[in-house]
Design a protein around this ligand. Structure first.
Ligand code: FCB
Length: 447
Protein backbone atom coordinates (compact mmCIF):
# COMPACT_ATOMS: atom_id res chain seq x y z
CA UNK A 1 0.00 0.00 0.00
CA UNK A 2 1.39 3.41 -0.84
CA UNK A 3 -1.45 5.60 0.37
CA UNK A 4 -2.65 5.00 3.88
CA UNK A 5 -2.39 6.09 7.47
CA UNK A 6 0.80 7.97 8.33
CA UNK A 7 2.67 7.64 11.63
CA UNK A 8 5.79 9.29 13.06
CA UNK A 9 9.03 7.52 12.09
CA UNK A 10 9.62 6.70 15.76
CA UNK A 11 6.30 4.84 16.08
CA UNK A 12 6.91 1.22 17.18
CA UNK A 13 5.36 -1.66 15.23
CA UNK A 14 5.09 -5.06 16.77
CA UNK A 15 3.11 -8.24 17.17
CA UNK A 16 1.89 -9.91 20.35
CA UNK A 17 1.45 -13.42 21.74
CA UNK A 18 1.06 -15.07 25.16
CA UNK A 19 2.87 -18.08 26.61
CA UNK A 20 -0.07 -20.41 27.21
CA UNK A 21 -1.55 -19.67 23.80
CA UNK A 22 1.51 -20.58 21.73
CA UNK A 23 4.25 -22.36 23.66
CA UNK A 24 3.07 -25.92 24.20
CA UNK A 25 5.94 -27.87 25.78
CA UNK A 26 3.53 -28.19 28.67
CA UNK A 27 5.59 -30.44 30.90
CA UNK A 28 9.04 -29.84 29.48
CA UNK A 29 11.96 -28.22 31.23
CA UNK A 30 10.33 -28.64 34.62
CA UNK A 31 7.26 -26.57 33.74
CA UNK A 32 4.50 -26.90 36.35
CA UNK A 33 0.76 -26.98 35.61
CA UNK A 34 -1.15 -23.71 35.57
CA UNK A 35 -4.82 -23.12 36.33
CA UNK A 36 -5.38 -23.11 32.56
CA UNK A 37 -3.96 -26.65 32.26
CA UNK A 38 -6.40 -27.73 34.98
CA UNK A 39 -9.30 -25.81 33.42
CA UNK A 40 -8.73 -27.37 29.98
CA UNK A 41 -8.80 -30.82 31.59
CA UNK A 42 -12.35 -30.22 32.87
CA UNK A 43 -14.93 -31.50 30.37
CA UNK A 44 -17.05 -28.81 28.74
CA UNK A 45 -14.83 -25.85 29.62
CA UNK A 46 -13.18 -25.37 26.20
CA UNK A 47 -15.40 -25.13 23.13
CA UNK A 48 -13.53 -27.71 21.04
CA UNK A 49 -12.30 -29.75 24.02
CA UNK A 50 -8.73 -28.73 23.26
CA UNK A 51 -5.84 -27.66 25.52
CA UNK A 52 -2.48 -25.90 25.47
CA UNK A 53 -0.28 -29.00 25.64
CA UNK A 54 1.18 -28.48 22.16
CA UNK A 55 -0.48 -25.25 20.90
CA UNK A 56 1.85 -23.76 18.24
CA UNK A 57 4.81 -25.74 19.58
CA UNK A 58 6.60 -22.41 19.89
CA UNK A 59 8.63 -23.89 22.76
CA UNK A 60 10.54 -25.87 20.13
CA UNK A 61 9.99 -23.68 17.09
CA UNK A 62 10.78 -20.24 18.50
CA UNK A 63 13.91 -19.68 16.35
CA UNK A 64 11.83 -20.10 13.17
CA UNK A 65 8.99 -18.01 14.56
CA UNK A 66 11.39 -15.19 15.39
CA UNK A 67 12.91 -15.40 11.91
CA UNK A 68 9.41 -15.14 10.45
CA UNK A 69 8.60 -12.17 12.67
CA UNK A 70 11.76 -10.43 11.45
CA UNK A 71 10.95 -11.24 7.81
CA UNK A 72 7.53 -9.65 8.27
CA UNK A 73 9.21 -6.46 9.44
CA UNK A 74 8.18 -6.47 13.10
CA UNK A 75 10.79 -4.68 15.20
CA UNK A 76 8.91 -5.14 18.49
CA UNK A 77 7.49 -8.24 20.11
CA UNK A 78 5.14 -8.48 23.06
CA UNK A 79 5.06 -11.93 24.67
CA UNK A 80 4.48 -13.35 28.12
CA UNK A 81 6.66 -15.32 30.47
CA UNK A 82 5.08 -18.42 32.00
CA UNK A 83 5.34 -18.13 35.77
CA UNK A 84 5.04 -21.94 35.87
CA UNK A 85 8.19 -22.37 33.76
CA UNK A 86 10.62 -20.24 35.71
CA UNK A 87 9.89 -20.92 39.37
CA UNK A 88 9.62 -24.16 41.31
CA UNK A 89 6.84 -25.05 43.73
CA UNK A 90 9.02 -24.04 46.68
CA UNK A 91 9.85 -20.70 45.09
CA UNK A 92 13.32 -21.39 43.70
CA UNK A 93 14.50 -20.45 40.21
CA UNK A 94 14.03 -23.16 37.58
CA UNK A 95 17.22 -22.93 35.48
CA UNK A 96 15.74 -24.83 32.52
CA UNK A 97 12.74 -22.54 32.21
CA UNK A 98 14.88 -19.44 32.59
CA UNK A 99 17.23 -20.80 29.95
CA UNK A 100 14.32 -21.08 27.48
CA UNK A 101 13.51 -17.38 27.88
CA UNK A 102 17.18 -16.40 27.78
CA UNK A 103 17.56 -18.21 24.45
CA UNK A 104 14.33 -16.62 23.17
CA UNK A 105 15.44 -13.12 24.21
CA UNK A 106 18.90 -13.62 22.74
CA UNK A 107 17.37 -14.71 19.43
CA UNK A 108 15.14 -11.62 19.41
CA UNK A 109 18.12 -9.42 20.15
CA UNK A 110 20.10 -10.99 17.29
CA UNK A 111 17.26 -10.14 14.91
CA UNK A 112 16.98 -6.56 16.13
CA UNK A 113 13.56 -7.14 17.71
CA UNK A 114 12.86 -5.35 21.01
CA UNK A 115 10.94 -7.45 23.55
CA UNK A 116 8.08 -6.26 25.73
CA UNK A 117 7.41 -8.99 28.29
CA UNK A 118 4.24 -9.51 30.30
CA UNK A 119 4.77 -11.34 33.57
CA UNK A 120 1.23 -12.63 33.97
CA UNK A 121 -1.03 -13.48 31.05
CA UNK A 122 -3.48 -15.63 33.05
CA UNK A 123 -1.48 -18.87 33.53
CA UNK A 124 -1.35 -18.84 37.33
CA UNK A 125 0.61 -21.73 38.93
CA UNK A 126 -1.95 -24.35 39.95
CA UNK A 127 -0.15 -25.02 43.22
CA UNK A 128 -0.99 -21.54 44.54
CA UNK A 129 -4.11 -22.78 46.24
CA UNK A 130 -6.99 -20.35 46.31
CA UNK A 131 -5.40 -18.39 43.47
CA UNK A 132 -6.39 -14.72 43.25
CA UNK A 133 -8.90 -15.14 46.05
CA UNK A 134 -5.96 -15.26 48.47
CA UNK A 135 -3.91 -12.22 49.36
CA UNK A 136 -0.89 -14.49 49.62
CA UNK A 137 -0.89 -14.89 45.81
CA UNK A 138 -0.08 -11.18 45.40
CA UNK A 139 3.06 -11.66 47.51
CA UNK A 140 4.05 -14.73 45.52
CA UNK A 141 3.69 -12.63 42.36
CA UNK A 142 6.10 -10.08 43.82
CA UNK A 143 8.63 -12.90 44.48
CA UNK A 144 8.21 -14.02 40.88
CA UNK A 145 8.70 -10.47 39.57
CA UNK A 146 11.90 -10.08 41.60
CA UNK A 147 13.18 -13.41 40.31
CA UNK A 148 12.58 -12.45 36.66
CA UNK A 149 14.17 -9.03 37.23
CA UNK A 150 17.21 -10.71 38.69
CA UNK A 151 17.55 -13.53 36.17
CA UNK A 152 16.39 -11.95 32.89
CA UNK A 153 16.19 -8.22 33.58
CA UNK A 154 19.35 -7.48 31.60
CA UNK A 155 17.49 -8.58 28.43
CA UNK A 156 14.17 -6.91 29.20
CA UNK A 157 13.89 -3.19 28.44
CA UNK A 158 10.12 -3.07 28.93
CA UNK A 159 7.94 -5.17 31.20
CA UNK A 160 4.24 -5.21 32.06
CA UNK A 161 3.08 -6.85 35.25
CA UNK A 162 -0.40 -8.10 34.26
CA UNK A 163 -2.37 -8.59 31.07
CA UNK A 164 -6.05 -7.64 31.26
CA UNK A 165 -6.64 -8.31 34.97
CA UNK A 166 -10.36 -7.76 34.25
CA UNK A 167 -10.41 -11.10 32.43
CA UNK A 168 -8.65 -12.99 35.23
CA UNK A 169 -10.97 -11.44 37.81
CA UNK A 170 -14.37 -11.30 36.13
CA UNK A 171 -14.27 -13.91 33.37
CA UNK A 172 -12.52 -16.20 35.86
CA UNK A 173 -14.61 -15.56 39.00
CA UNK A 174 -17.93 -13.92 38.04
CA UNK A 175 -18.92 -15.29 34.62
CA UNK A 176 -16.83 -18.42 35.26
CA UNK A 177 -15.96 -18.90 31.58
CA UNK A 178 -12.20 -18.62 32.16
CA UNK A 179 -10.00 -20.43 34.68
CA UNK A 180 -10.59 -21.07 37.52
CA UNK A 181 -14.30 -21.10 36.56
CA UNK A 182 -15.78 -19.56 39.72
CA UNK A 183 -19.18 -17.82 39.52
CA UNK A 184 -19.49 -15.41 42.40
CA UNK A 185 -19.63 -11.63 42.06
CA UNK A 186 -17.99 -10.64 45.37
CA UNK A 187 -15.19 -13.14 44.73
CA UNK A 188 -14.50 -11.56 41.35
CA UNK A 189 -14.08 -8.17 42.99
CA UNK A 190 -11.77 -9.66 45.62
CA UNK A 191 -9.70 -11.27 42.84
CA UNK A 192 -9.54 -7.88 41.08
CA UNK A 193 -8.26 -6.28 44.26
CA UNK A 194 -5.58 -8.94 44.77
CA UNK A 195 -4.51 -8.67 41.13
CA UNK A 196 -4.00 -4.92 41.45
CA UNK A 197 -2.19 -5.44 44.74
CA UNK A 198 0.06 -7.96 42.95
CA UNK A 199 0.72 -5.35 40.29
CA UNK A 200 1.83 -2.80 42.90
CA UNK A 201 3.90 -5.26 44.93
CA UNK A 202 5.37 -6.59 41.68
CA UNK A 203 6.53 -3.14 40.59
CA UNK A 204 8.04 -2.49 44.03
CA UNK A 205 9.82 -5.85 43.91
CA UNK A 206 11.13 -5.31 40.37
CA UNK A 207 12.43 -1.84 41.20
CA UNK A 208 14.16 -3.19 44.31
CA UNK A 209 16.23 -5.35 41.94
CA UNK A 210 16.71 -3.02 38.94
CA UNK A 211 15.80 0.50 38.00
CA UNK A 212 16.56 0.56 34.29
CA UNK A 213 13.38 -1.17 33.06
CA UNK A 214 10.33 0.65 31.70
CA UNK A 215 7.49 -0.76 33.76
CA UNK A 216 3.75 -0.75 33.21
CA UNK A 217 0.55 -2.75 33.02
CA UNK A 218 -1.74 -3.85 30.18
CA UNK A 219 -5.47 -3.20 30.58
CA UNK A 220 -8.50 -3.77 28.38
CA UNK A 221 -10.73 -0.83 29.21
CA UNK A 222 -14.15 -1.07 27.63
CA UNK A 223 -16.41 1.40 25.99
CA UNK A 224 -19.88 0.49 27.28
CA UNK A 225 -22.60 2.34 25.38
CA UNK A 226 -26.16 2.29 26.72
CA UNK A 227 -28.64 0.35 24.58
CA UNK A 228 -31.09 3.28 24.79
CA UNK A 229 -31.60 6.64 26.47
CA UNK A 230 -33.78 5.03 29.13
CA UNK A 231 -32.32 5.94 32.54
CA UNK A 232 -32.09 2.25 33.53
CA UNK A 233 -29.91 1.48 30.48
CA UNK A 234 -27.75 4.55 31.03
CA UNK A 235 -27.23 3.57 34.68
CA UNK A 236 -26.37 0.01 33.59
CA UNK A 237 -23.75 1.29 31.13
CA UNK A 238 -22.20 3.36 33.87
CA UNK A 239 -21.95 0.40 36.25
CA UNK A 240 -20.43 -1.70 33.49
CA UNK A 241 -17.74 0.95 32.94
CA UNK A 242 -17.03 1.22 36.67
CA UNK A 243 -16.33 -2.51 36.73
CA UNK A 244 -14.36 -2.58 33.50
CA UNK A 245 -12.35 0.61 33.97
CA UNK A 246 -12.49 2.27 37.40
CA UNK A 247 -11.79 -0.93 39.34
CA UNK A 248 -8.42 -1.17 37.57
CA UNK A 249 -7.52 2.45 36.84
CA UNK A 250 -8.45 4.04 40.17
CA UNK A 251 -5.90 2.03 42.20
CA UNK A 252 -3.15 2.89 39.70
CA UNK A 253 -3.63 6.54 40.61
CA UNK A 254 -4.23 6.09 44.33
CA UNK A 255 -7.97 6.57 44.11
CA UNK A 256 -10.42 4.44 46.06
CA UNK A 257 -12.88 2.14 44.32
CA UNK A 258 -16.32 3.50 43.45
CA UNK A 259 -18.78 2.98 46.31
CA UNK A 260 -20.99 0.83 44.04
CA UNK A 261 -18.19 -1.72 43.60
CA UNK A 262 -17.42 -1.87 47.32
CA UNK A 263 -21.11 -2.41 47.98
CA UNK A 264 -21.23 -5.28 45.48
CA UNK A 265 -18.36 -6.92 47.39
CA UNK A 266 -20.41 -7.20 50.56
CA UNK A 267 -18.44 -8.50 53.59
CA UNK A 268 -15.45 -9.42 51.39
CA UNK A 269 -14.72 -5.68 51.10
CA UNK A 270 -13.20 -6.02 54.59
CA UNK A 271 -10.30 -7.93 53.00
CA UNK A 272 -9.12 -4.72 51.34
CA UNK A 273 -6.66 -3.44 53.90
CA UNK A 274 -5.80 0.19 54.66
CA UNK A 275 -2.77 1.16 52.59
CA UNK A 276 -3.49 -1.31 49.76
CA UNK A 277 -4.52 1.38 47.29
CA UNK A 278 -1.28 3.27 47.87
CA UNK A 279 0.68 0.06 47.13
CA UNK A 280 -1.19 -0.32 43.82
CA UNK A 281 -0.27 3.25 42.82
CA UNK A 282 3.38 2.75 41.91
CA UNK A 283 4.81 5.06 39.24
CA UNK A 284 4.09 3.82 35.71
CA UNK A 285 6.44 4.32 32.77
CA UNK A 286 3.77 3.24 30.31
CA UNK A 287 0.30 1.79 30.03
CA UNK A 288 -0.73 -0.81 27.49
CA UNK A 289 -4.27 -0.66 26.14
CA UNK A 290 -5.88 -3.62 24.37
CA UNK A 291 -8.81 -2.82 22.11
CA UNK A 292 -11.05 -5.10 20.07
CA UNK A 293 -14.65 -3.86 20.17
CA UNK A 294 -17.22 -2.04 22.29
CA UNK A 295 -20.11 -3.33 24.39
CA UNK A 296 -23.76 -2.33 24.56
CA UNK A 297 -25.21 -2.36 28.07
CA UNK A 298 -28.81 -2.72 29.19
CA UNK A 299 -30.67 -2.81 32.49
CA UNK A 300 -30.14 -6.17 34.26
CA UNK A 301 -32.78 -8.93 34.28
CA UNK A 302 -31.48 -12.20 35.76
CA UNK A 303 -30.20 -12.55 39.35
CA UNK A 304 -26.58 -12.67 38.23
CA UNK A 305 -27.10 -9.57 36.10
CA UNK A 306 -28.77 -7.78 38.98
CA UNK A 307 -25.70 -8.51 41.13
CA UNK A 308 -23.57 -6.87 38.44
CA UNK A 309 -25.98 -4.05 37.73
CA UNK A 310 -25.99 -4.52 33.96
CA UNK A 311 -26.30 -6.97 31.10
CA UNK A 312 -24.53 -6.88 27.77
CA UNK A 313 -26.57 -7.29 24.57
CA UNK A 314 -24.52 -9.14 21.97
CA UNK A 315 -24.80 -7.81 18.41
CA UNK A 316 -27.23 -9.59 16.07
CA UNK A 317 -25.10 -12.37 14.52
CA UNK A 318 -26.55 -11.53 11.09
CA UNK A 319 -24.94 -8.10 11.04
CA UNK A 320 -22.27 -7.77 8.36
CA UNK A 321 -19.91 -5.67 10.51
CA UNK A 322 -18.77 -8.47 12.83
CA UNK A 323 -15.57 -10.49 12.98
CA UNK A 324 -15.82 -14.30 12.97
CA UNK A 325 -16.04 -14.43 16.77
CA UNK A 326 -19.12 -12.17 16.60
CA UNK A 327 -17.53 -8.95 17.86
CA UNK A 328 -18.65 -5.64 16.34
CA UNK A 329 -16.05 -3.90 14.17
CA UNK A 330 -16.04 -0.41 15.65
CA UNK A 331 -12.79 1.50 15.03
CA UNK A 332 -14.15 4.76 16.45
CA UNK A 333 -14.27 2.98 19.81
CA UNK A 334 -10.48 2.99 20.00
CA UNK A 335 -10.48 6.77 20.03
CA UNK A 336 -13.60 7.16 22.15
CA UNK A 337 -12.38 4.87 24.92
CA UNK A 338 -8.87 6.37 24.94
CA UNK A 339 -10.24 9.90 25.20
CA UNK A 340 -12.58 8.84 28.00
CA UNK A 341 -9.68 7.43 29.97
CA UNK A 342 -7.51 10.49 29.38
CA UNK A 343 -10.31 12.71 30.65
CA UNK A 344 -10.48 10.72 33.87
CA UNK A 345 -6.95 9.54 34.69
CA UNK A 346 -3.43 11.00 34.19
CA UNK A 347 -2.21 8.21 31.93
CA UNK A 348 1.49 7.76 31.18
CA UNK A 349 2.56 7.22 27.52
CA UNK A 350 0.34 4.66 25.82
CA UNK A 351 1.13 1.62 23.70
CA UNK A 352 -1.70 -0.22 21.97
CA UNK A 353 -0.62 -3.64 23.17
CA UNK A 354 -3.32 -5.68 21.39
CA UNK A 355 -5.68 -5.07 18.52
CA UNK A 356 -6.85 -7.54 15.92
CA UNK A 357 -9.66 -9.66 14.58
CA UNK A 358 -10.86 -13.25 14.48
CA UNK A 359 -10.98 -14.25 10.80
CA UNK A 360 -11.14 -18.00 10.26
CA UNK A 361 -10.36 -18.00 6.53
CA UNK A 362 -8.52 -21.26 5.72
CA UNK A 363 -5.11 -21.42 4.07
CA UNK A 364 -5.27 -22.80 0.53
CA UNK A 365 -2.22 -23.56 -1.62
CA UNK A 366 0.17 -21.62 0.58
CA UNK A 367 -1.97 -18.49 0.87
CA UNK A 368 -4.68 -17.17 3.19
CA UNK A 369 -6.84 -14.30 2.01
CA UNK A 370 -8.07 -12.92 5.35
CA UNK A 371 -10.12 -9.98 4.12
CA UNK A 372 -12.05 -9.41 7.37
CA UNK A 373 -8.79 -8.98 9.30
CA UNK A 374 -7.22 -6.86 6.58
CA UNK A 375 -10.14 -4.42 6.55
CA UNK A 376 -10.23 -4.43 10.36
CA UNK A 377 -6.56 -3.54 10.66
CA UNK A 378 -6.80 -0.87 7.97
CA UNK A 379 -9.75 0.85 9.62
CA UNK A 380 -8.21 0.69 13.10
CA UNK A 381 -4.83 1.95 11.93
CA UNK A 382 -6.54 4.85 10.14
CA UNK A 383 -8.27 5.71 13.42
CA UNK A 384 -5.00 5.36 15.32
CA UNK A 385 -3.16 7.62 12.88
CA UNK A 386 -5.76 10.33 13.49
CA UNK A 387 -5.37 9.91 17.24
CA UNK A 388 -1.59 10.20 17.10
CA UNK A 389 -1.81 13.20 14.74
CA UNK A 390 -4.20 14.90 17.16
CA UNK A 391 -1.54 14.71 19.86
CA UNK A 392 -2.55 11.70 21.98
CA UNK A 393 0.70 10.25 23.33
CA UNK A 394 0.60 6.79 21.77
CA UNK A 395 4.04 5.39 21.03
CA UNK A 396 3.43 2.03 19.40
CA UNK A 397 1.09 -0.74 18.25
CA UNK A 398 1.24 -4.52 18.59
CA UNK A 399 -1.11 -6.55 16.43
CA UNK A 400 -2.81 -9.49 18.10
CA UNK A 401 -1.52 -11.93 17.10
CA UNK A 402 1.57 -13.17 15.29
CA UNK A 403 0.18 -16.70 15.05
CA UNK A 404 -3.21 -18.37 15.13
CA UNK A 405 -3.24 -19.87 18.61
CA UNK A 406 -5.15 -21.30 21.57
CA UNK A 407 -7.94 -18.78 22.02
CA UNK A 408 -8.80 -19.62 25.65
CA UNK A 409 -12.38 -20.90 26.08
CA UNK A 410 -12.78 -20.90 22.27
CA UNK A 411 -9.91 -23.39 21.92
CA UNK A 412 -8.50 -23.41 18.39
CA UNK A 413 -11.85 -22.48 16.84
CA UNK A 414 -11.03 -18.77 16.49
CA UNK A 415 -8.02 -17.61 14.53
CA UNK A 416 -6.46 -14.26 15.43
CA UNK A 417 -3.04 -14.67 13.75
CA UNK A 418 -1.65 -12.68 10.85
CA UNK A 419 0.15 -15.99 10.23
CA UNK A 420 -1.98 -19.10 9.69
CA UNK A 421 -1.05 -22.21 11.66
CA UNK A 422 -1.94 -25.70 10.46
CA UNK A 423 -2.09 -27.41 13.84
CA UNK A 424 -1.62 -30.91 12.34
CA UNK A 425 1.68 -30.06 10.63
CA UNK A 426 2.65 -26.82 12.47
CA UNK A 427 3.04 -25.23 9.04
CA UNK A 428 3.06 -21.41 9.22
CA UNK A 429 1.53 -19.42 6.31
CA UNK A 430 1.61 -15.62 6.38
CA UNK A 431 -1.84 -14.28 5.52
CA UNK A 432 -2.77 -11.35 3.26
CA UNK A 433 -2.91 -9.15 6.39
CA UNK A 434 0.69 -10.04 7.26
CA UNK A 435 1.87 -9.09 3.79
CA UNK A 436 -0.06 -5.84 3.98
CA UNK A 437 1.40 -5.02 7.41
CA UNK A 438 4.89 -5.91 6.20
CA UNK A 439 4.57 -3.44 3.36
CA UNK A 440 2.95 -0.82 5.56
CA UNK A 441 5.59 -1.02 8.30
CA UNK A 442 8.43 -0.75 5.81
CA UNK A 443 6.98 2.17 3.84
CA UNK A 444 8.53 5.50 4.74
CA UNK A 445 6.75 7.45 7.45
CA UNK A 446 7.16 11.15 8.23
CA UNK A 447 10.02 11.98 10.56
C1 FCB B 1 -7.38 -10.67 24.72
C2 FCB B 1 -6.29 -11.53 25.33
C3 FCB B 1 -5.49 -12.30 24.31
C4 FCB B 1 -6.36 -12.84 23.19
C5 FCB B 1 -7.26 -11.76 22.63
C6 FCB B 1 -8.13 -12.21 21.48
O1 FCB B 1 -8.37 -10.48 25.68
O2 FCB B 1 -5.40 -10.73 26.07
O3 FCB B 1 -4.79 -13.31 24.98
O4 FCB B 1 -7.04 -13.94 23.60
O5 FCB B 1 -8.05 -11.23 23.64
Amino acid sequence: MTEGPRFPASFEWGCATAAFQIEGGASEGGKLPSIWDDFCAQPGRIKDGSDGLVACDHYHRFPDDIALMADLGFRHYRFSIAWTRVITEDGRANPQGLDFYRRLLTALHERGITPNATLFHWDLPAHLKGGWLRRETAYRFADYAALVADELGDLLPRVATLNEPWCSAFLGHDLGVFAPGVQDRPSALLAAHHLMLAHGLGLQAWRSVRRDTQLGIVLNPELCDAASDAPADVAAARLAELERNDVFLNPLFNREWPAEMLEQMGPLAGQRLPGDTAICAQPLDFIGLNYYTRSIAQAPVSDAELARGYRFVPPDPQRPDLTDIGWEIYPQGLERVTRKLLAQWPLPPIWITENGAADNTPAVDGACDDQIRLAYLQSHLAQLAQMVASGIDIRGYYVWSLLDNFEWAQGYSQRFGVVHVDYATQQRTPKASAHWLQHFISSPQPT
